[in-house]
Write a protein that binds this ligand. Structure first.
Ligand SMILES: [Zn+2]
Length: 398
């Protein structure tokens, strides 16, 4: 009852704001207020947040408000976030044993929140379950696997992952693996998808796990598009149009092909994805940390970043995120774009005013500024992935 009254209040406020402002421009403050109301009102899904690894490395209770990290329950509520595809990330440097052990630890962390805080968090595998949890006021934390390396050479492991509730698998991370070539790796042994990778695609289609091609090389993406019977998604990639030469982002051609197959491009927020100068500078930093072994979270690492930051641009603006959304919409239409922030996954490189999960209204305010309707915004905030173009995204091939 309480929820339906508060929904009614939000609905009336939104109507009043739209009505009172229909004949004149909204002020920045009014636009922000309307954006906050919209984020509270609509189902908001983010397809890629690395909070489980962040909690593993820096143990804390994310059911409460934290002063570190970019995701927790309280800030998610502030931002209007309702579904977080929670990433079980396996470092490409790990062998099979360590990779599977890490996966198990991350899996345990996510499930502990569902068990310990059932009034706040809930599991979800299908889009219907996400919708049901939303109506109950619960934050869905569906599981996903970033880096299929832990499948090893055991095709049966794919159905095991399905049994555990994995909703999508990012085929690789920054290095080529037994499934296919990665876009951040110069070593590309398969020239796309490997023969075993073809079997993995078939098996993921069969059991109903979405295929995520963020991190895959262009050739891998093209071959997955050809092979997969189900739509594919990019859970945290932006547009190469703005970052020429940065293969981690998608070319116009690939965006169109993904959409043609009824898939979705979920725009990543990290500054390196948004702006070519930031991209070059952050890639320099990544190379520095990789080659020296210094952690960016160490005192030495943070000091290096701060000094570098003073003379080099590494932070983009919130408006850049919307430039990328605009670009996907222009190429593929409103039914094929969503949000895949990569919060807790890219270090201190989020754009200005978008420092954590409380910041979705900042993006929505800019969408309103550019004339997007509430119906369009509903699609961008999640409807594209849980109901592509009005019909359910095919998660399973029967
Ligand atoms: Zn990633």
């Amino acid at each position: 009852m309480k929820r339906s009254i508060s929904k009614l209040v939000i609905f009336i406020t939104v109507l009043l704001l739209i009505f009172s402002c229909s004949k004149r421009e909204l002020t920045e403050e009014q636009r922000m207020e309307l954006a906050r109301e919209i984020c509270q009102d609509l189902l908001l899904l983010d397809s890629h947040i690395d909070w489980p690894e962040s909690v593993l490395l820096n143990p804390r209770n994310i059911s409460k408000k934290n002063s570190t990290g970019e995701f927790d329950y309280e800030r998610a509520k502030m931002g209007g976030l309702n579904a977080v595809l929670s990433v079980l990330y396996v470092n490409y440097k790990y062998d099979l044993k360590k990779g599977r052990e890490t996966f198990d630890s991350l899996y345990t962390i996510v499930n502990s929140y569902i068990k310990d805080y059932p009034e706040k968090f809930a599991q979800a595998i299908t889009p219907d379950e996400i919708s049901r949890n939303f109506k109950k006021g619960l934050l869905s934390i569906p599981l996903c696997l970033e880096n299929g390396s832990i499948i090893g050479n055991d095709i049966n492991y794919v159905s095991y992952l399905k049994e555990l509730g994995i909703t999508y698998i990012t085929l690789s991370h920054n290095r080529s693996n037994q499934i296919g070539d990665a876009n951040a790796d110069t070593n590309r042994p398969w020239k796309g998808l490997s023969p075993f990778g073809e079997k993995v695609v078939d098996e993921m289609n069969r059991v109903g796990i979405l295929i995520d091609i963020s991190h895959s090389s262009d050739k891998t993406v093209i071959q997955v598009l050809k092979k997969s019977k189900a739509p594919i998604i990019a859970t945290h990639s932006s547009c190469r149009h703005f970052t020429p030469g940065y293969e981690r982002n998608l070319s116009d051609e690939l965006i169109k092909e993904i959409a043609k197959k009824e898939g979705v491009v979920m725009v990543a927020f990290g500054s390196m994805f948004l702006d070519s100068t930031c991209s070059k500078n952050i890639n320099y930093l990544i190379h520095y940390f990789d080659s020296t072994g210094v952690s960016y979270q160490s005192e030495e690492g943070m000091q290096f970043i701060q000094e570098f930051w003073q003379n080099n641009k590494i932070i983009a603006k919130a408006e850049h995120i919307v430039d990328h959304i605009d670009h996907v919409v222009e190429l593929a239409g409103i039914n094929h774009v969503g949000l895949g922030s990569d919060f807790d996954g890219v270090g201190p490189t989020m754009p200005e005013k978008v420092s954590d999960v409380s910041a979705y209204p900042v993006i929505v305010a800019e969408l309103l500024n550019r004339g997007y309707s509430k119906k369009d915004i509903e699609k961008i905030l999640g409807k594209t992935i849980y109901g592509c173009g009005g019909k359910p995204l095919t998660w399973q091939i029967h």
